[in-house]
Ligand binder design. Structure first.
Ligand code: PMM
Length: 269
């Protein structure tokens, strides 16, 4: 059954919940709430991927995420729920895995830090490799596609090969088409319509659409916090397509949506 990975952004500037959980204590309290709702993985992030966001330096990123990871794992607040860290930096990956994280979620698919793939291979933890064309808002980042699904499929396939060549085991590797990253609304919908192609790549698949801008556009410009029901509708689609996990800001409605999709699938069999 599709799992729910719940987002804990420890950033001052994330697009949908920026600043709310910036300090370790509220971030840990928020993580506890997400666990109480049924989160099956926690994803702790110290860097916003928002277009034009100023990157924290490595020390600042570590100051944000390490205390939260430690409180969750060593301090026991995660209550056994696996902790993932959303980072593009090998140094942050190493330090947080040493603090107990068991998954690294890299939105750059190893492209932002040349040391990332070797580091993850040596740490022997789960690794989310997302399709990425470059930093959002950077004029060098190419966001044009001939056919979005074919292009993302081919480029993600090349990153999968790079991960495997670096020694990351296929069982450890999770792929993500990177919805909303250098893709416009039509391209995001096309990728979601073609999820079955990504499932055939043979790796576990993660999809993150939670509260993203293309949902705001669909809903007449609604604010991020009003996009959770539409996100849950996509969780149903993901469950029906055999997606391994969805990355979301809330939990309960996604767990419920996935339970419905799963129950229906059992009656169809
Ligand atoms: N999206 C965001 C951040 N991290 N990680 C993965 N694997 N996939 C995503 O789609 C993804 C991600 C941006 O959303 P946020 O700022 O709300 O965390």
């Amino acid at each position: 059954m599709t799992l729910v990975m719940a987002v804990v952004n420890v950033t001052p500037d994330s697009f949908s919940d920026g600043g709310r959980w910036f300090h370790p204590d509220p971030a840990v309290a928020h993580a506890r709430d997400l666990i109480a709702e049924g989160a099956q993985i926690l994803d702790i992030g110290g860097e916003s991927t928002r277009p034009g966001a100023v990157r924290p330096d490595t020390d600042e990123e570590l100051r944000r995420v390490l205390p939260v990871v430690s409180a969750l794992v060593t301090g026991g607040a995660a209550a056994g729920v696996p902790v993932s860290v959303d980072t593009m930096r090998a140094e942050v990956a190493r330090a947080t895995v040493e603090a107990g994280a068991t998954m690294i979620n890299d939105v750059s698919g190893g492209l932002a830090d040349p040391a990332m793939l070797d580091t993850v291979a040596s740490l022997d933890v789960d690794y989310v490799c997302m399709h990425w064309r470059g930093f959002l808002g950077d004029s060098n980042t190419d966001a044009t596609y001939t056919h979005v699904t074919t292009d993302v499929f081919d480029e993600l396939g090349a990153r999968r090969d790079a991960c495997l060549a670096a020694g990351i085991s296929p069982e450890r590797l999770i792929l993500d088409p990177g919805i909303g990253f250098s893709k416009d609304a039509d391209e995001n919908w096309q990728l979601l319509a073609d999820l079955d192609r990504f499932v055939t790549m043979g790796q576990r698949l993660l999809v993150g659409v939670s509260r993203k801008r293309f949902l705001g556009a669909l809903l007449g410009g609604r604010e991020p916090s009003g996009r959770d029901d539409a996100t849950a509708a996509i969780s149903v689609v993901c469950a029906q397509q055999g997606v391994w996990a969805v990355r979301t800001h809330t939990v309960r409605q996604h767990r419920d949506a996935i339970a419905v999709a799963d129950r229906l699938a059992r009656s169809r069999r």
